[in-house]
Design a protein around this ligand. Structure first.
Ligand code: 5GP
Length: 114
């Protein structure tokens, strides 16, 4: 069996994280290297490596994740605007191969990204 990703180890509570939300399907925690005043990572508990691995069966899960994102937006007072980012693959800048959504906010964000 391949080695667990760092995020799977966080799900399994083998390594600590500043968890801000958790339910049966997903978990959200603060990014260890925040790029904005609010930088939260939202991940499904299901091991999906990246957006490339999503299937039709994951559609309800994605809807659930976006519902949780909206809750986090309210909880962290991001109503003035925020960004949701999913990096995919080498050119997309993905470093952890467990699907995740970056929720960034708390300052004006530049566009386009680098
Ligand atoms: P990616 O580059 O794959 O889109 O994003 C991975 C993110 O995970 C990065 O923003 C990185 O700072 C964050 N990260 C990597 N290792 C850890 C960790 O052990 N704990 C937490 N909380 N975040 C991590």
């Amino acid at each position: 069996m391949s080695e667990k990703t760092i995020f799977k180890r966080i799900i399994d509570k083998e390594i600590p994280a500043q968890i801000v939300y958790e339910d049966d399907l997903c978990m959200a925690f603060k990014d260890v290297h925040p790029q904005a005043p609010v930088h939260i990572l939202l991940i499904p508990k299901k091991e999906i490596a990246s957006t490339d691995q999503l299937t039709e069966a994951d559609t309800p899960l994605l809807g659930h994740l976006y519902g949780v994102l909206r809750q986090l937006v309210k909880e962290f007072n991001l109503q003035d605007g925020y960004r949701v980012v999913t990096n995919c693959g080498q050119n997309g800048g993905q470093t952890v191969y467990h699907l995740h959504f970056h929720l960034l906010g708390g300052r004006p964000l530049l566009w386009p990204p680098g």
